[in-house]
Design a binder for this molecule. Structure first.
Ligand SMILES: C[S@@+](CC[C@H](N)C(=O)[O-])C[C@H]1O[C@@H](n2cnc3c(N)ncnc32)[C@H](O)[C@@H]1O
Length: 186
């Protein structure tokens, strides 16, 4: 992967706070479609952690399916909107404003982790993040991870313009996920 030519992906909090400050929901108020299709890997009552969930669309929907959900994001404007939407919909989610490096991650107690388009992470941060996500899972817990491959750079329809942030099957199954033996990856 080409990391030498990548410009720094600076100040994520500022960038996302500005994006989420616009009226409405940047990615909609409905959950990610792929997450919706695969969420049956978890059963009502199970504990699921939603990583970098922005304005809360995924965590709220998971909670509406009867899961016990915690979610965090670095952008306080996004998390504030998630709180409002949760109140409107009468749903409870344990939201936090946190950087993924500073979040108080649970250890081996989650049935699931959902990480949908968390490609803000460069390779060193991704390795720390993936290690935390997998460590949060109890034995047999399931991780749902969705992200773009480098082909997305040809389509130019979103996602980081940095190849080093994108996923390959070998990267995700290999070096990025060295500690996957605790849980299962879908
Ligand atoms: C492409 S959005 C995806 C949001 C959400 N997962 C969804 O599917 O709607 C990326 C999210 O990552 C968050 N983010 C960026 N850097 C972060 C960091 N270091 N720690 C936690 N969240 C971060 C942003 O605030 C933003 O909400």
């Amino acid at each position: 992967m080409n990391t030498k030519t990548d410009p720094p992906f600076s100040d994520q909090a500022h960038t996302w706070n500005q994006r989420f400050a616009a009226p409405g929901f940047l990615f909609g108020a409905e959950p990610n479609g792929w997450l919706r299709e695969h969420a049956a890997v978890w059963s009502p009552g199970e504990r699921v952690m939603c990583v970098a969930d922005g304005e809360g669309r995924n965590s709220l929907w998971l909670a509406e399916q009867g899961l016990n959900v915690e979610a965090f994001d670095i952008a306080e404007t996004g998390v504030a909107k998630a709180h409002s939407l949760a109140a409107q919909r009468g749903v409870t989610v344990g939201f936090s404003v946190a950087d993924c490096d500073g979040y108080a991650w649970p250890e081996a107690t989650c049935d699931g982790v959902a990480a949908i388009f968390v490609q803000f992470a460069d390779p060193p941060l991704r390795e720390r993040l993936f290690t935390r996500m997998v460590s949060a899972l109890k034995s047999g817990g399931r991780l749902l991870l969705q992200g773009y491959t480098p082909r997305q750079l040809e389509y130019r329809t979103g996602g980081p313009p940095l190849v080093s942030h994108l996923y390959t099957v070998s990267g995700v199954r290999g070096s990025d996920m060295r500690s996957l033996s605790r849980g299962r990856c879908c």
